[in-house]
Design a protein around this ligand. Structure first.
Ligand SMILES: Cc1ncc(COP(=O)(O)O)c(C=O)c1O
Length: 478
């Protein structure tokens, strides 16, 4: 009977197999097609009922590796969809160790190393982003959960303002908490608001133009009507479609004046603060009450990883504290991050975060961020210089927002159709990968550069491949 205990001798062979496959995969990452045309069929072919008797680790892994064509090279340099980082060598190797050591990083007693690495890494991240050293922080599974964690802290704060213990009484005991934001508010913010029980109907996007920029006057007017009632001002540092920033200083001034909680979703835009040249874009984040970012985007650590910082460290404990006779006391001087974030048992993400920061330091991340932004400006210039492409927003950070716009084709519906078809063609082609969005009412593209491996050669493919596929489509329609 294939019991893991009786098959324990397979361990060495299984790790050898995984390591060889990983090496081969990573060696091909710079040049392989980003998406294999067989991907969907290969994925669909996997299935069948649960085996009564397993076949052991080696057979299972060999079968798993049959699925390789369905693995997108999203860890590689030419996957420009979403905002996708790869994994630096230091982060990847450390993450392997986190898996091999299988540490439960919720309480200090279960993993002093994991907890200490988290404490140190959070301190280094605060340094990298020039955030005050005394803020509380926690690693999460990504920006969505980091936003949720910050919202839970803000919810506690709002409860205090109303004299309500919101964890005990629930949000229904509290008047609605307005969440005032711009059109840059990310979809994951909606999830986070819903999960926090704050009601997505309480989100108000105050926008001044079709691109979604914040209507500052409208926000001022709205705040006056609240007469000091608790509210959250939600700023986005790095709009997912353009990389643009909400005016953080202005929002911080308004938060001060009206006694609001200022939250900054800097899932990738917070990394502007790693560069003196780009930091002015995110100036004012240090005045917020909570700030979050992703690890698996621009930090280039493996999925899944994000982090939340909260000015008043007490609020994370208030929102996420837990106690039981068998658990360590919450007031232990040693940090137990399972009491400061949504997960109790949690993976030691700290290994990868600590290792990548230790390996490349402040200068390494400054170089990486500045290189990616310079590449984005380079691509934006190529777009501007191409007669059949149209740049839709300035490339302030690492995102290039543009669309195909062949000369003489000015019907917006036809342009939307063409751009959607072109997005499908890019996915099918597989040399690069990015997807469509809608910016200011127009179907557009928004490739983002955030992988440590990406070079000029890779970035130049964005315009070259797009124009090649566009020319094919235009030729086919005449
Ligand atoms: C501004 C912003 N916030 C939040 C998120 C959600 O991040 P995650 O998918 O890591 O939870 C993203 C993802 O692109 C983002 O761009």
């Amino acid at each position: 009977m294939p019991d893991p205990l009786t098959l324990r001798d397979e361990l060495g062979e299984a790790l050898e197999l995984a390591s060889t496959a990983a090496r081969e995969f990573l060696e091909g990452l710079d040049d392989d097609l980003v998406r294999d045309p067989r991907a969907d069929d290969v994925a669909d072919a996997i299935g069948g009922p649960l085996h009564a008797d397993g076949d052991g680790a080696t057979r299972a892994l060999v079968e798993l590796l049959d699925g390789l064509p369905a693995v997108t090279r999203s860890a590689g340099p030419r996957f420009f969809h979403f905002v996708t980082g790869g994994a630096t060598p230091a982060a990847l190797a450390a993450d392997w160790l986190a898996t091999a050591f299988d540490q439960m990083n919720g309480v200090w007693i279960a993993s002093p190393l994991g907890a200490r690495l988290e404490q140190v890494a959070l301190g280094w991240l605060r340094e990298l982003f020039a955030l005050p050293a005394d803020w509380g922080g926690v690693l999460t599974s990504g920006a969505t959960m980091a936003n949720f964690s910050a919202l839970a802290a803000a919810r506690h704060w709002a409860g205090e303002q109303h004299g309500i213990d919101v964890e005990r009484a629930g949000v229904t005991a509290m008047p609605p908490l307005p969440i005032l934001t711009s059109g840059y508010f990310h979809a994951s913010g909606v999830k986070a608001v819903a999960m926090a029980g704050l009601g997505t109907g309480n989100i108000e996007r105050l926008t001044s133009d079709p691109a979604g920029r914040l209507d500052v006057r409208g926000l001022e007017r709205k705040l006056k009507t609240l007469s000091g009632r608790p509210a959250i001002l939600w700023a986005t540092a790095g709009d997912v479609d353009t990389g643009d920033f909400d005016p953080l200083e202005t929002m911080a001034d308004l938060a001060d004046e009206h006694g609001c909680w200022l939250h900054v979703d800097g899932a990738f835009g917070l990394f502007a603060r790693a560069s003196p040249e780009l930091a002015p874009l995110a100036a004012g984040a240090e005045r917020a009450h909570s700030v979050i970012a992703d690890g698996h985007k621009w930090l280039n650590v493996p999925y899944d990883c994000g982090f939340a910082f909260v000015r008043d460290a007490r609020y994370l404990g208030a929102a996420f504290g837990a106690s039981a006779a068998y658990l360590p006391a919450g007031d232990d001087a040693r940090p137990s991050y399972g009491f400061l974030g949504p997960e109790m048992s949690r993976r030691a993400r700290s290994f990868a975060v600590w290792a990548t920061l230790r390996a490349y330091g402040r200068a390494g991340y400054q170089a990486l961020v500045e290189r990616h932004c310079a590449l984005a400006r380079r691509v934006a210039a190529q777009v501007s210089g191409a007669p059949d492409l149209e740049l839709l927003a300035e490339a302030k950070l690492n995102v290039i927002c543009f669309r195909a716009h062949p000369p003489g084709l000015d019907d917006e519906a036809a342009l939307d159709r063409l751009n959607r078809e072109l997005a499908d063609a890019i996915v099918a082609d597989g040399r690069i990968l990015y997807g469509p969005t809608v910016h200011a009412g127009k179907v557009a593209f928004r490739p983002a550069i955030s992988n440590w491996r990406t070079t000029e050669t890779d970035a130049d493919l964005i315009v070259a491949v797009t124009r090649e596929l566009l020319a094919e489509r235009v030729a086919a329609t005449v």
